[in-house]
Design a protein around this ligand. Sequence first.
Ligand code: UT7
Length: 312
Amino acid sequence: MNAGIIGMGKFHPEKIVTNHDLEKVMDTSDEWIRTRTGIEERRIAEDDCDTSDMAYEAAKRAIQDAGITAEEIDLILVATVTPDRPFPSVSCMIQHRLGAVKAAAMDISAACSGFMYGVATAKQFIESKAYRYVLIVGVEKLSKITNWEDRNTAVLFGDGAGAAVMGPVSKGRGVLAFELGADGSGGSQLYENEQKHIVMNGREVFKFAVRQMGESAVNVLEKAGLTKDDVDFLIPHQANIRIMESARQRLNLPVEKMSKTIHKYGNTSSASIPVSIIDELEAGNIKEDDIIVMVGFGGGLTWGAIVVKWGK
Ligand code: UT7
């Protein structure tokens, strides 16, 4: 039996902050941000909208899209590095709000690779038949750990949530292979400091990301017994257009076969991949039986890649 994605949902705060808005409050320019990162605007959550609120909205929509009820969910995995508080977990908070009374619940801390870690974990529970339906949410309120005095990082991030329900799918479809990895020796390249602010060595993370995205994408295809020629669509973590482009070129894919949502949302960490899948589905760019490669990297350092044959 194969595990696959059977429903999805997302949530973005309404407030849009453009590069021009940032020009007014820090020493930066729309031109610099656009050409160096690909970002044009990002969504920022209001004070009364915390991580669990965004996770709840995205989860509710994913459950509806899957055509199941909250009571049927066996496990909730929330990938986030910006929980409302260290505990209770965001997954427990939304378990209660959704009425997912049967579900076990835990958060996953793998930064921007969190959604990949969630999908790979859900696959194990479903394919071993321990559980039938697993809800995975990638959600971040990065604005609450953004140092608005640091132009090197403040222009990059945004808030949002993307959710998926995984369950059994027909033979040949679903998650075909995954690759997860971590290198804790790179922890100091990207972390939250004592002041609860993101600190990043941009150039080092950039080099790591270019190397890792390409390698992981190639490795995961090999694990699935596929080649670059089999790939229909690439969903890279939306961190920087230049990093995403390097992954696309490594797979020899034309531009129209790579998801690009970074201009609208900035880097939303663990939410970026599920949100991008939803936008591509809505645009008609992902069809049944397409081979989709998702690949991400993030603080930890961590990385993850998944190959999916799309469809229930
Ligand atoms: O989800 C994972 C998280 N992180 C990432 O994926 C980030 C990976 N790294 C990157 O995306 C890029 O390294 C950045 C976008 C962060 C920076 O781009 P870069 O091309 O590596 O720029 P840089 O750090 O080498 O800086 C170039 C210049 C510097 O000025 P000087 O020292 O050359 O005079 C910076 O001070 O750009 C300056 N700069 C800015 N200028 C205007 C840095 N940030 C800004 C800014 N506006 N916001």
